[in-house]
Design a binder for this molecule. Structure first.
Ligand code: SIN
Length: 364
């Protein structure tokens, strides 16, 4: 990892920019090519320079190249490293905010992971691009400038995503388009705000604020305690993190995949269910078998918008509004916090926090 300080000004507060790769740092061999490129080629310092973002107003920039990957290859190890770097920088009094450049493909997962484990009182702003840096008209520079503007906004807090002039909360954001520049949606909850000419117009409360918490529908089927969870995340070898998989309920579904996963020792399953959390009867039988075998199972809807509403006849718990990919992360982290780990996976890495500080999962 490479760390450098850019344009320091005496006594100014710092914004830390962490690069992880993605299309924003992608390069194609031909300038007009917006899809035939390699992600994660251009360093984050160069991206800042090209965007004219080195003059970050009153802030000194600290730049770290944490990784240089296509985010389809995002790993638990890199999540752990990002959590560690964010924890390090957020603890510095003179650090006002963190900006993370990231690929769009798993951005909502990284954002939700960081949101859950950090619950920061400062802004952690992820940004991205749909076109490579070599495009004739790249979108990355404006997204980066907008992310810097949000990061520098007084009172900002929480994990946020900035793309195409829109600001999303990590909990709600979802990539909904495979090509267009405005690729993300916050669905029914809606945008946190918009960036206009370098200024944030906020539409909803900051994540984690009292107003925001009042709007949330309870804690969900888990009780994650930020400090205990972060301790687990930072000190448990990733090979030992609980294994949680997503299975899909669809026409012609069977229980084969679930049975195979249970036989392999999976510890959690999220079923990406139809409509209001309904599950194909054959899959449902296998999921109930999995539950009886001690596997934690949650239902989330595969619909882009909306959430599973509980009914009197539910046999499997729902994901409390989280869509399947985020429910998978929340369940993995809940199990990790409870001390569930892959047998033998922790060799050489586990330094468990005091188990008395672990909150147990709310009963369903
Ligand atoms: C990636 O997710 O790293 C590649 C795709 C993108 O950033 O749009």
């Amino acid at each position: 990892m490479n760390t450098s300080s850019l344009t320091p000004t005496a006594a100014s507060r710092r914004i830390v920019v962490l690069g992880t790769g993605g299309t924003i740092s992608g390069r194609a061999s031909q300038q007009g090519d917006n899809i035939g490129y390699t992600a994660g080629e251009v360093g984050v310092a160069q991206l800042l320079e090209s965007a004219g973002a080195l003059q970050a107003g009153a802030h000194t920039l600290v730049v770290e190249q944490v990784a240089q990957i296509d985010s389809k290859d995002m790993s638990l190890a890199l999540w752990q490293q990002l959590a560690a770097r964010c924890t390090h920088w957020l603890a510095q009094d003179d650090v006002a905010a963190i900006v993370i450049t990231h690929g769009t493909d798993t951005l909502e997962e990284t954002a939700f992971f960081l949101h859950t484990v950090l619950q920061p009182r400062k802004p952690v702003v992820l940004t991205c691009a749909m076109r490579p840096s070599s495009a004739l008209v790249p979108d990355g520079p404006q997204n980066l400038l907008d992310a810097m503007a949000v990061a520098g906004t007084a009172g900002a807090q929480g994990v946020l995503v900035v793309c195409a002039g829109k600001v999303h909360a990590a909990r709600d954001v979802q990539k909904v388009h495979s090509y267009q520049l405005d690729a993300f949606s916050s669905g029914i909850p809606g945008l946190l705000g918009v960036v206009e000419e370098g200024r944030l117009r906020r539409l909803r409360p900051w994540p984690g604020s009292a107003e925001d918490r009042a709007l949330q529908n309870g804690a969900g089927p888990w009780d994650l305690t930020q400090e205990a969870l972060l301790c687990r995340v930072l000190h448990t070898a990733v090979a030992a993190w609980p294994r949680v998989e997503v299975v899909l309920s669809h026409a012609g579904a069977s229980g084969l995949l679930v049975d195979a996963l249970v036989a392999q020792g999976v510890q959690g399953l999220v079923v990406s269910a139809t409509g209001n959390g309904t599950v194909h009867s054959e899959l449902q039988v296998a999921l109930l078998r999995a539950t009886a075998a001690g596997v934690r199972v949650l239902r989330a809807t595969r619909c882009t918008f909306g959430q599973v509403l509980p009914t009197a006849v539910d046999t499997l718990p729902d994901s409390a509004g989280l869509q399947p990919l985020k429910a998978r992360i929340a369940l993995m982290l809940a199990l990790l916090q409870e001390g569930v780990s892959v047998p033998g996976g922790g060799v050489g890495g586990l330094s468990a926090p005091d188990s008395s500080s672990m909150a147990s999962r709310r009963s369903e």
